[in-house]
Every structure is written in C-alpha cells, then in structure tokens.
Write a protein that binds this ligand. Structure first.
Ligand SMILES: [Ca+2]
Ligand SMILES: [Ca+2]
Length: 200
C-alpha cells in the first residue's frame, strides 16, 4: 500500500465527514469509504496519481462527484429532492433518502428549496429564526408589484393605477392598502383592500 497523499487526505476528510454524519466510527466505515481508508488511490493510474497528488490546488477543490470513495450524497430529510449540504455520505450507490443536490437551506420543510417559485405571505420557522427565503437564495425577495396605486378623477374619467397605495411596498408579511379598482360615485375613489406582502 502506498503512503497517503494530499489527494488521499482530501478524500479521507470527505469520508470521515460522511462516516460522522452516518454515526460510524472512522475505522468501521463501510462500503467504498471503508475501502478508501485502506487505499484511497486503489485502481488509479500511477501517472495520474503523481500529477494530481502533487497539485497544491487539489485540496481546495469542491467535493468530487466521483472520487476514491464514490459519490458525495446529501441527506434529504423533507423529500423535496434537495439535500442538506452539511449531512453527507460517500458511497458508490445512491443511499435511501440521499440526493446529489446539496442546496436545501431548510431540510425540515419540503416547501423550502431552490426550485421554489411561489410567493408566501407568512414566514416559515422550522430552521432557526423565521424566514421568507423559501427559494434558498439567501435573500427575501418581495413579490413584484407596482407602487403608487391610486384612483382619482371623476366618474366619467377615472385615472386608475393598480398597486400598493403610497410610494413603498410593505415588508414581507406586512399588510397595506393595495389599489385594485375604482369605486362608483361622483368622484373616483380607490378600491383598496388590505393585501399582505408575499415573498420568497
Ligand atoms: Ca430536502
Ligand atoms: Ca429568496
């Protein structure tokens, strides 16, 4: 068996993290990770080893999808097909409840994931402090809508602008008048029921 290399150390770190996530002692890690502990470079071409193992930048690479211990898989606790980036295993075959995509920012709520395109008027609070970041973009984006909504003029010639009444939209989850139309009468008046600012 060859001495462990810089490349091997990176793989061992990935396997150790995977073993820890699975509740295994490093020495008892099974499957491909276990094999990696014996010889992380088994089956690799020696020339490739030499070139890759001596590359200083190699250790800075992101987790390899195909490495000496297999594929890095991410635990998907809420079944939305996006995994927790901090809960990994390294196996050749896909384990049950594990997926390849790691960007789930709240793996306890299947509505929260990077594919989410819907807008929500209330925050979720399953993963720390309440948040409106349903699409895991790290930003709470308000649903786009015009401001300066109004209805003015006379009944025969109303000037209607649909949108939030006033110059600014309310914060995520807050309610404010939203002009939707004009009320009948001698003078044009806004129809402006309260609306809650939705976000994601
Ligand atoms: Ca998930
Ligand atoms: Ca967001």
């Amino acid at each position: 068996m060859r001495a462990r290399t810089r490349h091997g150390n990176a793989l061992l770190a990935a396997c150790a993290a995977a073993a820890a996530a699975a509740g295994l002692a490093l020495a008892t890690a099974s499957g491909a990770c276990g094999a990696a502990l014996v010889d992380v470079d088994a089956g690799r071409d020696s020339a490739e080893d030499t070139a890759e193992d001596t590359t200083v930048a190699d250790d800075a690479d992101p987790p390899e999808t195909e490495s000496g211990c297999g594929t890095v898989w991410y635990f998907d606790g809420d079944g939305d097909t996006w995994g927790d980036p901090d809960a990994t295993v390294c196996e050749w075959a896909q384990p049950s409840s594990y997926v390849e995509r790691p960007r789930d920012c709240c793996d306890a709520n299947g509505t929260v994931h990077p594919d989410q395109i819907g807008w929500f008027a209330s925050a979720f609070d399953q993963c720390g402090s309440p948040s409106f970041d349903y699409d895991c973009s790290t930003v709470e984006e308000p649903e786009p809508a015009a401001v300066g909504g109004h209805c003015s003029g006379v009944i025969t010639s109303c000037d209607l602008v649909v949108g939030w009444e006033g110059a600014t939209a309310p914060a995520c989850g807050a309610a404010a008048p939203f002009v939707t139309g004009c009320l009948a009468g001698a003078v044009c008046l806004p129809e402006h029921p309260n609306r809650t600012q939705a976000c994601h």
